[in-house]
Ligand binder design. Structure first.
Ligand SMILES: *Cc1c(COP(=O)(O)O)cnc(C)c1O
Length: 543
């Protein structure tokens, strides 16, 4: 060993040089150390303080000599400050599940063995497990030949869908580049990332045309017809129609059969002889695929049953669709990132490659299968494949149904408890989802002239969030500045509770009592002058 390296190697401990495969208990000790009591308490958020990014960056530089394991892990433990603890029944901020321990065990193993799912010679059976997840979910829809891609989030499922649409419509585009005479249609409440996906694909964000929604948040029939006519008149082709399959707020879900028929009929009348790519953004609503066969849950509340039947009805047209998206890290009890793009046929292998290769059945033989030909990534983790597979096996079809019903059950219970208090009003009883949107009255403040022009709601949410940042055991809820129950209602300030942790059912009263007391304390402090309301500009919806 030469002298320059000497110091470096002195500081490396044995396991760094030779990672120990069998010493799982050492791995466990290290994880336990990071989790250490100094970091993680009982609150929904791990305590943190404000900081400036640039200040932190100026202070940080690489060390000459390597640190020992303990000091390094102690430092990295700080990464978790400000992180939400999904295991807390008070973590009600967003659609964040607490992953099943088995999914963590399986995905951790893929990391310990450094499994690369780019091709089966390296990644072993991870590629067949990936296809098993895709095929089994596809079968629930009625796609007996479905295949799929494990990917890094719902956004990439949209990217794959739109890229597939372009290849289908313009077979040359895999080799020559994409044309500009096409648009992507989607429902107004679709996820905000569709424009960015169009930009990333080189179509430009303006190629994403949002069709106005009707009072039920479905694409409005008339607006859809008019939009297609308009675009065709401008010489554009409709490459893809992206339907909503459940959204975080209001659970917007298109009627797939209706949309399919309208689009095909309007195009036919305009002498446009092609079929656009139909994709359902079901990253949230996919759990309802499990209800297709029958509904074995007998103790189901009639309200919940009605909602599920409505969603099942709207998913009927999926048989005519070409692809859909699934986020196991939203409604599948998996850690990030566990998403699947699912296509109804093996066309996917051809449509997503660079045009220099044609898929043949023998490629589907162990030893020949190469995912990198059609995936965004080259090297690719197998953690999502392992997690998704484990979650599906643990739940089974019955468990998927029960989980969906249980989320709704908890939501109804929270809404009922909220409504017992005069200060709160639930605004979204008609949503097909389990989110709870509510308003707060602030009776005492609104009676005083001097507070009426200030943004009381936003000051209140800051008051609540500060408690959580301080590590208090206080419900971590969310804020929806421009909430609309329907596209035609006036927008209003509202608050959001996203129940995801089923343990939360045991502390519903406690959660509501905390919120009620906070309203009381907040109003009291403002009236006494110990809390000064800030003038806060209206926050825009996340874009
Ligand atoms: C969350 C979400 C996305 C984006 O998914 P990520 O997993 O965050 O990339 C897309 N569409 C819908 C409807 C979503 O709710």
């Amino acid at each position: 060993m030469n002298t320059i390296n000497h110091g470096l190697f002195d500081n490396l401990n044995k396991e760094f040089l030779n990672s120990e495969e069998n010493n799982i208990s050492l791995l466990f000790e290290k994880i336990k150390y990071i989790q250490g009591e100094n970091v993680i308490g009982k609150s929904p958020k791990i305590q943190t303080k404000n900081f400036f990014y640039e200040e932190e960056l100026v202070k940080f530089s690489l060390n000459e000599e390597g640190l020992d394991s303990l000091s390094t892990l102690k430092e990295v433990a700080q990464l978790f400050q400000g992180v939400i603890r999904p295991h807390s029944p008070f973590a009600l901020f967003n659609m964040l599940p607490s992953p099943l321990l088995d999914t963590i065990a399986a995905s951790t193993m893929t990391q310990l063995y450094n499994v690369n799912s780019l091709m089966d010679n390296f990644g072993g059976k991870s590629l067949i497990f990936e296809q098993k997840v895709a095929r089994s979910l596809g079968r629930l829809i009625g796609w007996p030949q479905s295949v799929g891609i494990s990917c890094n989030g719902g956004k990439l499922t949209l990217l794959y869908a739109i890229r597939m649409a372009l290849s289908r419509m313009f077979p040359d585009s895999n080799t020559k580049g994409i044309p500009t005479n096409c648009v992507i249609l989607t429902n107004e409440p679709s996820h905000y990332c569709v424009e960015h996906v169009c930009m990333l694909l080189g179509l430009g964000s303006e190629s994403c045309i949002r069709v106005a929604a009707d009072e039920n948040w479905q694409m409005c029939e008339r607006a859809l017809t008019e939009t297609i006519k308009e675009q065709v008149a401008r010489g554009k082709k409709i490459a893809a129609v992206i339907c909503c399959g459940g959204t975080t707020i209001n659970f917007a879900h298109d009627d797939t059969e209706k949309i399919y028929h309208i689009v095909m009929q309007v195009l036919d009348k305009l002498n446009q002889n092609y079929k656009p790519h139909f994709h359902l953004d079901s990253v949230i609503g996919w759990l309802v695929f499990s209800f297709k066969r029958d509904s074995r849950i007998h103790d189901m509340d009639p309200i919940i049953k009605g909602k599920i039947q409505q969603i099942i009805h709207r998913q009927k047209g999926l048989l005519f669709f070409d692809s859909c998206g699934v986020d196991f890290h939203k409604t599948g009890l998996c850690p990030y990132s566990t998403s699947f793009f699912i296509a109804s046929s093996k066309d996917m292998f051809n449509l997503l490659n660079d045009g220099s290769y044609v898929y043949e059945e023998e490629d589907f033989l162990y030893g020949n299968f190469r995912a990198y030909r059609y995936t965004v990534e080259n090297s690719r983790p197998a953690s999502g494949i392992a997690s998704a597979y484990v979650a599906l096996r643990r739940l089974g079809i019955d468990g998927m149904q029960r989980y969906f019903v249980a989320l709704h059950r908890m939501s109804l219970d929270i809404a009922k408890e909220l409504e017992k208090k005069v200060a709160f009003k639930v605004l979204n009883k008609d949503s097909l989802g389990w989110e709870i949107i509510f308003s707060i009255r602030f009776e005492k403040l609104k009676r005083k002239e001097q507070f009426s022009t200030l943004n009381i709601e936003q000051n209140f949410i800051t008051f609540c969030w500060n408690k959580c940042e301080n590590g208090d055991n206080f419900p971590f809820i969310s804020f929806v500045p421009g909430y609309k129950a329907s596209p035609f209602s006036d927008s209003q300030m509202a608050f959001l509770i996203y129940p995801m942790n089923l343990n939360g059912r045991e502390c519903i009263e406690e959660i509501i009592d905390h919120l009620e007391k906070a309203v009381h304390d907040f109003e009291k402090s403002v009236l006494e002058g110990t809390l000064i309301l800030n003038v806060i500009e209206k926050e825009k919806t996340i874009k």
